[in-house]
Design a protein around this ligand. Sequence first.
Ligand code: ADP
Length: 557
Amino acid sequence: MSASTVPREGRSRSSPIVLLLVVSLALVGMLAAQAYDAARSQRSMAEKVLHDYAALVVDEYERRAANELGFNGYYFVITALKDVVTRPGATLPPPRALALRVGDETKRALPLARTFFRFDPSSGSLETAGPVLDQEAAAWLRRVLGERGGKPLEPGRRYETRYTRIGDALRGFVLVPVPASAGAAPPDRSGPSLLVGFAIDVGALRAALQRALDRGPLLPPSLGGSEIAKNAVFVSLTDPFQNVLIREGAPFSPSLGSEKTLGSEPNGILQGFVLRAAIDPAAAPRLAIGGLPRSRLPILLAILALTAGLMVTAIVQLRRERALARLRSDFVSRVSHELRTPLTQIRMFAETLLLDRVRGEDERTRSLAIIDREARRLSNLVENVLRFSRSQRGDGRVSPRPQELGPIVSELLEDFRPLAEGRGMLVRAPVPSAIMARVDEDAVRQILLNLLDNAVKYGPEGQEVRVGVSNSSGTARIWVDDEGPGIPSAERQRIWQPFYRLERHRESSVAGTGIGLSVVADLVAQLGGRFWVERGERDGARFVVEFPAASSTGGRE
Ligand code: ADP
């Protein structure tokens, strides 16, 4: 049968679509993975470059600070001081007094020295000149110088620096050993070294460090120009006690920055200080490294999710279509089957009559009754199919008007009698009169016919089917109660859906199309009524339909 090929066609048509969707999903996934990889490697490259530039800034500032403090600062002060104190009989002058006797370069460096000192490690005596050292600083200095003693400088050094913190303040000292024969000691006496030096003026130290910063861009101009150096470079210098001495620019992501603990510069003048630098990532494009990539991941993930969503929707749709195609094909074959059974009977008995093969009047009457019964079944089936296809198109046509239900039911039962008798079934219907409802006569006939037909099909042979008509507040009710197996409560909603049949009837010999109850449901709904099924009086099924009542004054039109 051609209908049976529908599902197969559905499957063969849907497979390439699913395949294409899967391939496109895989491609988008690959694209996303590649883009993610590319973005990640570009980011890590850009971050590395930013980090390297920050390291350049650190090196450049360290070099400048060492120059500013060392070669242009401490060196001149120490040289002048040594020069003075190593003269025979020289006294220790205060820094201001020394300024009067030295050249311009030394004069410029002298503000770095606050107080000069001379220390004799052998006696522990500490002599100072200039602003008086507070007691705590003097005690610390005496202890440090005592521990150091007069041992010579490390090779390559011209002096040493020491830093401490007293209270919250940074204190620094520059010192150098000189022979004991120098200074106050008699020239002929050679003995252990003396230590001379000065307490650093921290204000001047800060100023020198700031000068180092102000001497032009810290990044080579070829890498971005002075504009970048001014606005996109962050530098900070903290002393060994975590106090910030110099800060320039807003701090940027530390992961892109560089940090260095100083100490390797000549004479260790910034030993233990921490220098940090970072470049503003926003300036990256101007540094000719292409900038940090903007993440395309969200948009790619969105595309991925969209494709996956499309795929799921398409698959669900295809499955639905396939299921529908299967239902349609089942429906067509069931209808064909249902049509064939009465047609065969009609043809057979019509032939018997035509060829005059009947054995008597009784048999003739029986044959005619069968033809009549099967023709009614046929027309009921055709009527159901027509109603169903109309309701599927949303084209149901009912014309409700006030009608008395009793006569409609009685007439229908009369018509139905041949069918009932065919199964030895007894229909009991004490139909009361004067129950009015707003209904369409044809629709009520169709509804009742379908319910009775089901009672015949699914109930036992010889059963008694009870039909009732009643009314209560504002509604009129018709019910059909059989002696069949009933409807399990879990299925009582679903049986009204098109094509739905109970599991036990799907493969059974009881033929059915699965549209009878859906036609009932549709007609009742169109008439503004309600329908349901419940357990019957004798444990069978009791189908109930309810219509809006009409006043008896309206009468039958
Ligand atoms: P069908 O053509 O299969 O009878 P219907 O829509 O009329 O289609 O009924 C749907 C299903 O509900 C039937 O297949 C059957 O399983 C079940 N059913 C309907 N009426 C009865 C009944 N009186 N007793 C038991 N089962 C019934």
